[in-house]
Design a protein around this ligand. Sequence first.
Ligand SMILES: [Zn+2]
Ligand SMILES: [Zn+2]
Length: 456
Amino acid sequence: MRDHKTDEMHTPDIEELMGKSFECPECGRIHSMDTRKLIIGEGLFVDISREIDELGLRGKGLIVCDRNTYKAAGCRLIENLADRDVSLFVFEREDLHADAHSVGRLMIAMADDPAYLIACGSGTITDTVRYVAFLTKKPFIVFATAASVDGFASGSTPLIVDGFKTTYPGKAPLAVLADTEVLAAAPRKMTAAGFGDVLAKIVAVIDWKLARDVGGELFCPLICRMVEKAVDDCISLSGELAKADPQACGKLMRVLSMTGIAMQMMGTTRPASGGEHHISHLLEMKDIRLARRGSLHGDKVGIGTLISLYMYREMFGAHSMPEQRGHLSEKAWTEEIRRVFGDMAERAISINESCPPEGEVWDEQKKIIEKSMSEYGYAYLDKYCGRIGEFASMIRAMGGPVLAGELGYDKQDLYDAIAFSKEVRPKFTILRIAERFGRLYELASAIAADPEIVLR
Ligand SMILES: [Zn+2]
Ligand SMILES: [Zn+2]
């Protein structure tokens, strides 16, 4: 393990951290990053064989694509790796998800025991390869074909198993490579999705800080600053991203890698995922349950972000604590969970409390929230919550959706996602805060009845 001390309050660049392990001067924990290289630039195909050599990868390699990513980059990868023992596996399934089926299918394709894997694609392919690489203890690298998601460099795997989206272990890639021309040629909506996944960090950061204060969750100020800086850098790129400028797409990819690496260093998804991701997860689980064609992760996450910021604004925008209202009864909650989760209801019931905390416990938590809001929360929300409409315009200019209806979700889907996605994970987020104040279900009803109120 190499030692790498950083100065206090210094916010490191991604390159300073690649492949390193260091004792954090701010949180005192050891942060490790297994990803050794991040290469984003033009003309990467030419050097791909040398890069693989430099990573120490020898023997048989397997490139994993779907039909689209084969055309976008897989065909050129195989051409440029003609000097090596590399074969190709192409997923033929149209509506590919990172799930038990894709993991099993890839395992079958590995009968000749490749020494390493190359995930050529975006989130779904990378997550599938990541889990298979973890199971088979093989190294892998990512050749990203779209700046659409932040999970490339992550060390954990979100997988859908038996209809439930859960975070499984995984391993980080040895390297993440992205050719800026390939990124810029990706469908524009994929870039919009990547931008939405970056905006999500605005919610993730404040949810994380409040979870630290209220629930004593592990927190690192250095990693949090890295994520905050990445978000602000990305917002300023929105105009160029709307024009599919290759350099801007490369910078978006860098930001997405940075937030993925923040998760890897923290060992949890907290730096990059809050209530907005839960909204997305429930919509995705519903699609799978009803065998509907899904949409991009970042699309749903972007919509979840606009909604979560609106909820923060409605509750804390006046720089005061929201009025306390009543809760759902245990019976009503259980019935609603059964309605929303169907076959998966027992699982959702087993991992969640049926009632939010009340009495002294909640009084104490409220005092903490009030103190945190005064210290940093109100100022943070002032910075972002007045810009919800502007963020929506940025996503729209890139060709992405800003309302759940644009992705085919109806009012009931939207209500359920806001009101009951907190049960997907027992994590403290804006959704839990709204529930504890007795405001969640009324906010969900108001947004479902008129989804555009969020944007005004
Ligand atoms: Zn730290
Ligand atoms: Zn995400």
